[in-house]
Design a protein around this ligand. Structure first.
Ligand code: NIG
Ligand code: FE
Length: 380
């Protein structure tokens, strides 16, 4: 067993309620990759190795519980057109499907690894990664295998959109049949883009079919819902006990009340509203009603090509009126809950020793210094 003592932590956010907030002048000991001790630097035990952070603030490594990092191609022209007034409807997904199918496995892997490194370089230590840019059996399996090389949190999103050239009923039969069967061994989760407002995505009944089949195949559930308009996605996610319902941009009072009454996490993706110039989800309304909220990047080539969790925190604070503490919690513990993980998202004894070290004296700088690369992942 090797132990590692980290000293010189100017401010340490653990999410351990016993401390009643961040610890000042703190230290942390990890043993074999797990937190073994946290407390005031003056009381720190000795260890085999030592690292001095010279007063840096530390928060739990970010848990980015919603990304689409395996894809080929580029949609910067679509982004530019959108900034000039074109509305996002999901149509660009098929552009990425075509380029992804035409990109070699080595190139997909190189892009994926580059993005994972980019995320770590901004403090992310846990990532969920979805398929959904293959939409045929062979490519969906390839994307999930690649995702599985970098994370255990892999999500089958064959039900992203109905690809052209196949009718809806036929595609639903494929996604709930042979494609699911081929993909399930490579995925922990299943997801569906439930958005009746988009002609390409899935309505409530179709999404139910997809999720019920996925659950029967042993996958846990998460749902893309209520991104472009109000709809049945949130209620469906709750009915089926999904761990997380993501986007939640357009919610009715009944949706908010039902979420508050459930164990399902509302995962908000403010980078999407930023990059599609859309109204932000009403985080304040959800939090005040008692909904558990997570923040994630949704990094994808269409609606938000950013891996930066600090940017999501800054947007949540500036645009969605979350406090900085709420936003940091949502980007760490909230993401962990959205992935049903109790070993990440906090730095209590027993957690994985996954840290985000800030080149700053306080966690507040994550929102106070937008666009400045102050966070780096450190896994002990
Ligand atoms: O989460 N909404 C559906 N899927 C992605 C966007 C995918 C794309 O446009 O390529 C999202 O926003
Ligand atoms: Fe998404």
């Amino acid at each position: 067993m090797t132990s590692h003592l980290v000293t010189g932590i100017g401010e340490l956010t653990t999410h351990d309620d016993r401390f009643g907030g961040p610890l000042l002048d703190a230290a942390l000991v990890a043993e074999d990759g797990r937190v073994a001790w946290v407390g005031p630097a003056a009381d720190a035990p000795d260890a085999d190795r030592r690292t001095d952070l010279a007063g840096a603030a530390v928060v739990p490594g970010f848990v980015d519980s919603h990304t689409h990092l395996v894809f080929g191609g580029d949609r910067s022209a679509e982004f530019e057109a959108r900034m000039a007034g074109t509305i996002y409807t999901g149509g660009g997904i098929m552009t990425t499907v075509a380029t992804t199918r035409a990109t070699s496995e080595d190139q997909l892997r190189a892009r994926l690894r580059g993005l994972v490194d980019e995320a770590r370089g901004q403090g992310t230590t846990t990532l969920e990664i979805k398929s959904g840019y293959g939409l045929d059996v062979e490519t969906e399996v390839r994307l999930l295998r690649l995702a599985g090389e970098v994370t255990p949190e892999t999500t089958f999103l064959g039900a992203h959109v109905v690809p052209p050239g196949i009718d809806r009923a036929e595609y639903l039969a494929l996604v709930t049949g042979p494609m699911l069967e081929a993909c399930a061994p490579h995925a922990r989760w299943a997801d569906v883009f439930c958005e009746p407002a988009s002609p390409l995505a899935f309505d409530g009944d179709e999404a139910r079919e997809v999720l019920v089949a996925a659950r029967a195949a042993g996958l846990r559930l998460r749902v893309h819902a209520n991104q472009l308009a109000p709809g049945p996605g949130v209620q469906l996610a709750l009915e089926l006990g999904a761990a997380s319902v993501d986007h939640c941009t357009y919610l009715s009072n009944a949706d908010v009340a039902a979420l508050a009454d459930s164990r399902t996490v509302a995962t908000l993706l403010p980078g999407v509203e930023f990059s599609t110039r859309s109204p932000y989800p009403e985080a304040r309304r959800m939090l005040d009603a008692g909904v558990e909220v997570a923040l994630a990047s949704d990094c994808n080539p269409g609606t938000c090509y950013s891996t930066s969790m600090p940017l999501m925190i800054a947007l949540a604070v500036r645009e969605m009126r979350m406090t900085v503490a709420e936003a940091v919690r949502a980007a760490t513990l909230g993401g962990a809950h959205a992935l049903l993980r109790d070993d990440v998202g906090h730095l209590r004894v027993g957690a994985r020793a996954d840290l985000a070290v800030l080149d700053a004296p306080s966690y507040r700088h994550l929102a106070y210094r937008p666009g400045v690369p102050i966070a780096k992942a450190l896994t002990l």
